[in-house]
Every structure is written in structure tokens, then in C-alpha cells.
Design a protein around this ligand. Structure first.
Ligand code: ADP
Ligand code: MG
Length: 295
């Protein structure tokens, strides 16, 4: 049964934009010692934009871009949408070209593959397309763009890297404030991301996080949540994507961004209606006051 104090904490929190799916989560949230946060869509806006593109000079640039955009149009990943919409004025032109994308596959946490004109295409991170091939082409530039917080996406046809995209996804306005509030509450902050080491480091530094774990495949997020539990006791996980749902379920308190996917919203114990991470600490303050009243 729910106490009047708990009920009041739930309703006060709801007014502030944080929705608890039960009284037990209010109590649990006040005891968390560490918080794991997904990067894309959680710490960042989740709306990356293409900031730079490099093409292999031996290729037909327009043709390459058309094919890449046609493939990425079939993926709902935010990076794919940004690439597909890059120079959107070219969209109508592209449609006329009649590009046949066959057997397009999403490889979770890595990228996509497809067949176009009997050739095998791979679009995704360096580890996915093959570290060596990614190094050959503009490695220096890719690294410096990554160090500035850009996500780097490589496009490969058969064995050749034909294009490199840099995409920037800015951190949410409320992120820094939220992280500093967590720290003031003595809560350890960790970012979990599928993105590469350099990009992860840049974003973690900008957000002033205590720790970051890069190159994290979706299933590995669960493992990291479990080891954080072993180390810190009670932990919360915040995420927005389909990929984050298993990690949300394995944390003591799973928190979804209101803008997140249905699966994340359904799995979570708590929903941040306005995507404002700082509301989590407001709720913690409220719930520890409530605990004091009860005790
Ligand atoms: P995050 O954990 O940051 O939300 P994901 O696990 O979804 O990221 O993806 C990890 C990485 O895989 C991305 O940073 C990107 O390099 C690559 N990737 C995934 N899907 C795509 C795609 N559709 N197109 C290009 N790259 C992709
Ligand atoms: Mg995400």
C-alpha cells in the first residue's frame, strides 16, 4: 500500500516533469550511488548533423553520396537520418536515379550493410568496417574530428573506403547542470556509449562526467550496469533507445527520456517527461525528505 507521503512525492514530481510508475521507485531513487547514462539522445539532443564529409577522390562523389543516402534512408538510427537528410535539396534528384538497395540490414551498435549494383556496402563505425581500411583513408582528419566530439561514420564498398562523415550531436542544455547536481549528491556519473573512444572522451569531458565507457555494444550495456551495481550498490540507468531497454531493466531504477522510443518508455520505472536530467535530483531531494518524514 502507498503512504500519503509517497503519494505526495509522486504527485509533486509529476508536476515537475518526472513520472514515477510506482511508490517503490521513489524510495529506490533516493538511495542510488551511481548513475549510468546513454550518450545519444540522453546526454545529447539525439539530433546529429553532418559537419564534414570526405570522399575518396578516385570515385564519383555524387554517385557515392546518392547510394549512401539511399541506404541510410532505410534506417531509423539518428545518424542514418542525418546522413540521409544531408543536403536535402538533392533528395528529389536522387529519387530519379533509381538506386536499388537490396538486403539492407541494421547491425545494432555498428552500422548497416546492403547490396547495391551487386556490390557489398558497409556504413558504420571504424571497428565495423574494419579498423585497417578505416585507417587508410583520412585517418588523421577522422581522429581530430572525433577529438572535437564528432561521431565518425565510414562508408565502404567491397574493400574500399569511399567516404567518411563527421556528425556532431550537441549536449542538451540541461546536461551540465544535471551532472553537477548528481556530483553534489555524491552520485558517481558514468556515460555508456556505442561511439568510439575519442568521441566519447570529448563528450564526457564537455559534460564533466566522472567516467565513460566507449565502444559499448547494446548487450554490453547490461554487463556494465551489473558491474556498476556490484561496485556501487544501488544504481540508476538513463536511456532513450530500443538498445537501452535491457540496461534500463537491469538497473535498480530505470529512467527513460520522455522523447525516447516506446520500448524504453515501457521498460523504465521513471520517465523524464521534458527530457530534463536535472529533474532526477529534484526527485531525489523530494524523496529523501519523504523518507525522513516516514522514519
Ligand atoms: P549510442 O550508444 O551512442 O546511442 P549506437 O550503439 O546506436 O550509439 O551506435 C554506435 C555506433 O555505430 C555509432 O556511433 C555509429 O558510428 C555506428 N552506427 C550505428 N548505426 C549506424 C547507422 N545506421 N549508420 C551509420 N553508423 C551507424
Ligand atoms: Mg540513445
Amino acid at each position: 500500500s502507498i503512504t500519503p507521503a509517497t503519494l505526495s512525492a509522486i504527485s509533486n514530481s509529476a508536476k515537475k516533469g518526472i513520472l514515477f510508475k510506482g511508490g517503490v521507485h521513489v524510495e529506490k531513487l533516493s538511495h542510488i550511488k551511481a548513475i549510468a547514462l546513454d550518450k545519444t539522445g540522453t546526454l545529447t539532443n539525439g539530433k546529429p548533423e553532418v559537419t564534414a564529409v570526405y570522399f575518396d577522390e578516385n570515385q564519383n562523389t555524387e554517385e557515392i553520396l546518392n547510394i549512401i543516402q539511399e541506404i541510410e534512408m532505410e534506417s531509423t538510427h539518428p545518424l542514418a537520418q542525418a546522413i540521409a537528410n544531408y543536403r536535402a535539396d538533392k533528395l528529389s534528384e536522387r529519387k530519379k536515379k533509381n538506386i536499388d538497395v537490396i538486403n539492407m540490414k541494421n547491425i545494432s551498435g555498428n552500422g548497416v550493410t546492403a547490396i547495391v549494383d551487386n556490390k557489398r556496402w558497409m556504413i558504420g563505425k571504424a571497428d565495423f568496417v574494419g579498423k585497417e581500411s578505416a585507417m587508410i583513408f583520412h585517418n588523421g582528419i577522422a581522429n581530430s574530428l572525433a577529438a572535437e566530439g564528432n561521431t565518425i561514420v565510414f562508408a565502404k564498398v567491397e574493400e574500399t573506403i569511399v567516404a567518411v562523415f563527421a556528425l556532431k550531436d550537441n549536449i542538451r542544455q540541461t546536461t551540465k547542470d544535471a551532472i553537477s547536481k548528481f556530483k553534489k549528491h555524491g552520485i558517481h556519473t558514468v556515460m555508456l556509449t556505442g561511439d568510439n573512444e575519442l568521441t566519447a572522451k570529448a563528450i564526457a569531458e564537455e559534460a564533466e562526467l566522472d567516467q565513460y565507457i566507449a565502444n559499448c555494444l547494446p548487450q554490453e550495456k547490461v554487463e556494465h550496469v551489473k558491474s556498476l551495481k556490484n561496485k556501487y550498490g544501488n544504481i540508476a540507468m538513463v536511456g532513450d533507445g530500443i538498445n537501452d531497454a535491457p540496461a534500463l531493466a537491469s538497473a535498480n531504477v530505470g529512467i527513460a527520456m520522455g522523447e525516447g522510443t516506446d520500448v524504453a518508455l515501457e521498460t523504465a520505472d521513471v520517465v523524464l517527461i521534458k527530457n530534463n536530467l536535472a529533474k532526477i535530483t529534484d526527485a531525489i531531494t523530494l524523496s529523501s525528505r519523504m523518507n525522513r518524514i516516514i522514519k
